[in-house]
Design a protein around this ligand. Structure first.
Ligand SMILES: Cc1cc2nc3c(=O)[nH]c(=O)nc-3n(C[C@H](O)[C@H](O)[C@H](O)COP(=O)(O)OP(=O)(O)OC[C@H]3O[C@@H](n4cnc5c(N)ncnc54)[C@H](O)[C@@H]3O)c2cc1C
Length: 409
């Protein structure tokens, strides 16, 4: 394995990996034996491995030591994370804490709040979910009606959220609440960390169309949040939410480099190679579909490569990032549609207990959400139009009006 090992603390990391993983792991990865790596992964205590790496600062090595990192420069941190990726070591805490909450906290919170929130997040001891969307505020998230009223050193929260992925298994949540209804809708919002175990928080599971429990409704009734858990300055929640949503678009755009070519853990969907393998003797139409899927995958991969190269060169995100979320959603959905076509009747009926057959349909159904979750494709197109192409902004008749005077459905 040729991972770079010339970063501060590399010996510590290698020694820790030696303690956490069996020798067979390194041998299997070294000879590229994916089957054996998968078997060893199934025997590994993933949360304990992530916790050990997180507590030693290796989950976010570029973060300062006092906030749970190793204080490494960006290049050195990238080398450390590349080493973990190359050795296929589980190092990402479950939930949306690392990709979404952590960068927001790092950018917006006080040092005291960072010290409280980041270490358990990075160790996976506190898993995070996102309490942004409401029944009356999805695409138009700034209309949100959940309120937080100050009471001394605490805030009292009332309201309802929906679509909360991982809400049933999270200890903490990113919460947006209205703290000043007399200001225009984008102002007067504050961003909090909510302890999901607090009295007054009720999580009601929702079952998705693939029959799985993935997201929830969350009701908050007189929930008390200490001011220490306020992530943004009071009234600056919208700006902080933009940090989270930017990170979410990136996470859902397929631009992150992945080692394994299996179903995408977040987006769902079978990878191209598996779909192609189904096509034993494809008809000309199926061949054309597959070729379209292949080309879409290659174009997306090149766009992602350009975005990564830009980021590595220290440039601000360009238009590649904005279009990747839309392109990934449509190409992933299209690929699963090709798979359904290739499977034919096998995609509509199978023997009870045939999990492999059922999984094709589950993955197909899961990817229908790709053009909704993290902001719909229509909204992403608005963003591309307005912020990348410089087209006129959508008209808003209530612009500047206090939130409490804006009509709501
Ligand atoms: C699988 C899944 C997981 C999710 N997880 C979370 C989560 O963990 N936390 C969270 O807070 N939210 C989550 N969401 C919610 C998601 O962010 C919202 O569903 C999304 O923003 C759309 O909001 P909405 O469902 O209210 O639809 P609406 O906003 O009501 O939109 C309905 C339709 O109108 C279109 N539309 C609306 N406004 C415009 C406009 N201005 N221009 C053009 N078209 C428009 C939309 O594109 C859509 O087609 C999740 C959603 C899904 C599907």
């Amino acid at each position: 394995m040729a991972s770079p090992q010339d970063f501060p603390g590399a010996d510590d990391l290698l020694a820790l990996l030696g303690d956490l993983l069996p020798d067979a792991w390194f041998e299997a990865v070294g000879r590229g034996d994916e089957g054996e790596v998968l078997r060893l992964r199934s025997e590994l205590d993933n949360p304990a491995t992530v916790a050990a790496l997180g507590n030693a600062g290796w989950v976010a090595p570029h973060y300062p030591v006092e906030f749970g990192g190793r204080g490494l420069a960006a290049d050195d941190a990238r080398k450390a994370l590349t080493l973990l990726l190359d050795w296929e070591v589980p190092h990402v805490p479950r939930g949306s804490g690392l990709p979404l909450a952590a960068p927001t906290i790092m950018q917006w919170s006080s040092d005291e709040t960072k010290r409280r929130l980041l270490r358990p997040l990075l160790a996976g001891e506190e898993r995070w979910c996102q309490l942004f969307s409401e029944p009356g505020a999805g695409s138009d998230m700034a209309s949100l009606a959940t309120t937080a009223v100050r009471d001394g050193d605490e805030w009292i929260v009332d309201g309802q959220k929906v679509w909360t992925t991982f809400g049933h298994e999270s200890e903490m949540a990113m919460l947006l609440a209205r703290t000043n209804p007399d200001q225009p809708k984008h102002q007067g919002i504050t961003y909090f960390a909510l302890d999901m175990r607090a009295p007054g928080v009720e999580v009601r599971p929702l079952i998705n169309m693939a029959g799985q429990l993935e997201f929830n409704e969350v009701f908050m009734s007189q929930v008390r949040i200490p001011d220490l858990l306020r992530i943004s300055p009071v009234g600056d929640g919208w700006g902080a939410a933009m940090t989270t949503l930017g990170a979410e678009r990136h996470a859902l755009s397929g631009t992150r480099k992945k080692k394994r070519k299996a179903s995408d853990e977040i987006l769902g969907g079978k990878p191209y190679a598996e779909v192609e393998a189904v096509a034993a003797a494809p008809s000309p139409i199926a061949r054309q579909d597959l070729m379209g899927d292949y080309i879409a995958g290659q174009v997306l991969a090149m766009t992602s490569q350009r975005a990564r190269a830009r980021a590595a060169a220290g440039h601000a995100p360009g238009p590649e990032g904005s279009i990747s979320k839309i392109a990934k959603a449509s190409s992933n959905q299209r690929l699963q549609e090709t798979a359904m076509g290739l499977l034919g009747p096998a995609a509509t009926a199978w023997e009870p207990g045939d999990h492999e057959a059922a999984e094709w349909v589950e993955q197909f159904l899961r990817t229908r959400a790709n053009s909704i979750e993290g902001g719909t494709s229509e909204i992403q197109r608005n963003i591309v139009g307005e912020r990348v192409l410089g087209l006129p902004r959508e008209p808003d008749q209530c612009k500047g009006a206090p939130w409490r005077e804006v009509p709501r459905s």
